[in-house]
Design a protein around this ligand. Structure first.
Ligand code: EPZ
Length: 428
């Protein structure tokens, strides 16, 4: 069990650079399965556990991959397997993103039903409902999904919920469907547009543009393509919140400010200040947060993009534990994303969960403790709390955090944090 030891109480200062977005890289990598005896070259691919899991899954299906720094080559052969190995799929829910491309390209797909996780049951009923509307036969037996479609047909599909994964699977499934596919009430996260750009680069005719309606017209043959993963907006916001919580000044480079409007608006409302800079030479943008004494309390409700992101809910809650009043954080996307609250309370926070809302009474300070990460973003929240707390905090189960945060200990040290990462540190 990996753990991170943090000596808190120091204002963070300096610059860090964002990684490629985990939640953009995973669907874009899965889309290479649409190719046949062709190559995808992807830039700005982060080095993360989840990315390695997706690479292993693609290799198991027959794709040859090669990494050169943050560039990854995917060489897709003429024939690939349509059966995703259970061992890999069960490691990562995002493995379900191979369903759409496999069905489109092979006419068949077999993969274990993804399990739930600590933030909710996370079914894929909306993915399957859309595929069935397109003509797929889907059977669920002994925890496996057996999908088959001699031919997928373009249909008008309305998503009951703007599910990110369902949107992505249906975009890829539509690549070879006969006729036009129109998906309505889709997710509008920036990662969706990143996938659309990559599909267009392959030769798929697709209009997305973040409008909530996606049109895909069938494509005959696709072609070799090159793509680039967008900056990770959730990672960027996590480091900005680290700056705010420690009363420091942190700059995050390579950020798309329009992707983090929700956080910037809430920080402004809470009395924090920030600036956006643009590099004259490269056009690249960065965001800086400035020292703030104490955040004002806030009401935050998570919503699909462009609302406040659920992936930032634990980290924002951690910041609000030190605010000057009572905050309300409502989670409307997942069923249960508050497991971190009990851990923060062990550090002196005052959080009470009432239904889908965390009631957070601001305290003067947090104290270091041994705490356990229960999932990726909960772990990030505990690290932020440890950076602001007095004395030492020991965050255990860091393997959750490594799934989505590249070199987090090195990046925090760059900002002056006193952190030590202990791989495989046993239970004390
Ligand atoms: C993606 O998950 C992200 N993961 C999640 O990030 C993120 O929290 C989520 O979108 C919401 O933004 C990746 O992109 C790899 P959803 P996804 O389908 O696609 C329900 C992180 O920390 N639902 O939009 O699984 C579902 O149960 C991760 O980086 C159905 O009921 O999210 C959930 O309550 C965590 N049926 C809600 O919709 C379905 O068929 C949102 O799920 C699909 C979803």
């Amino acid at each position: 069990m990996d753990c991170m030891r943090i000596k808190g109480g120091k204002p963070l200062k300096g610059k860090v650079r964002t990684q490629g977005a985990k939640n953009a890289a995973l669907p874009v990598m899965a889309s290479c399965l649409l190719l046949r005896e062709q190559r995808m070259v992807l830039d700005n691919v982060p080095s993360l556990q989840d990315v390695e899991t997706m690479i292993a899954l693609l290799e198991a299906l027959g794709v040859s991959t090669r990494r050169e720094g943050s560039r990854v080559f995917f060489d897709v052969p003429k024939e690939i397997s349509w059966e995703a190995p259970e061992s890999l799929v069960r490691m990562m829910r995002a493995s379900s993103l191979v369903l759409g491309p496999l069905l489109a390209r092979c006419g068949r797909a077999v993969l274990p039903l993804p399990g739930g996780c600590s933030i909710g049951s996370r079914p894929i009923d909306l993915h399957l409902k859309g595929l069935i509307q397109m003509g797929a036969k889907v059977e669920i037996r002994n925890g496996f999904v057996y999908a088959q479609a001699e031919q997928l047909w373009g249909r008008r599909i309305y998503l009951d919920f703007p599910s990110v994964g369902a949107t992505e699977n249906l975009m890829m499934a539509a690549a070879f469907a006969k006729g036009e596919t129109i998906v309505e009430n889709t997710a509008r996260e920036p990662e969706i547009e990143n996938l659309a750009e990559t599909l267009r680069a392959m030769g798929v005719q697709i209009d997305a543009e973040g409008t909530g309606c996606i049109r895909v017209r069938s494509s005959a043959e696709l072609q070799n393509c090159a793509g680039r993963v967008i900056p990770d907006r959730i990672e960027a916001c996590t480091y900005l919140l680290a700056g705010v919580m420690t009363g420091g000044q942190v700059t995050v480079e390579d950020v798309a400010p329009q992707h983090i409007d929700a956080l910037l608006a809430k920080l402004e409302e809470a009395g924090a200040s920030f600036s956006v800079e643009k590099d004259a030479a490269t056009g690249e943008k960065s965001v800086t947060v400035y020292p703030v004494k104490r955040l004002k309390p806030l009401s935050v409700k998570t919503m699909p993009f462009p609302g406040f992101p659920t992936d930032l809910q634990p980290q924002m809650a951690a910041a609000l534990t030190l605010s000057g009043g009572v905050s309300l954080v409502e989670e409307s996307v997942f069923q249960a994303r508050f497991l971190y609250a009990a851990e923060l309370n062990r550090m002196g926070a005052d959080i009470e969960i009432k239904g889908d809302t965390a009631v957070i009474k601001g305290v003067e300070k947090l104290g270091g403790a041994s705490v356990k990460a229960t999932d990726l973003r909960a772990g990030a929240a505990l690290i932020l709390a440890g950076l602001a707390a007095e004395n030492e905090t020991r965050v255990e189960n860091m393997e959750h955090v490594l799934r989505g945060y590249e070199s987090i200990d090195a990046k925090l040290r760059t900002l002056g944090a006193d952190v030590i990462f202990e791989a495989g540190a046993g239970e004390r």
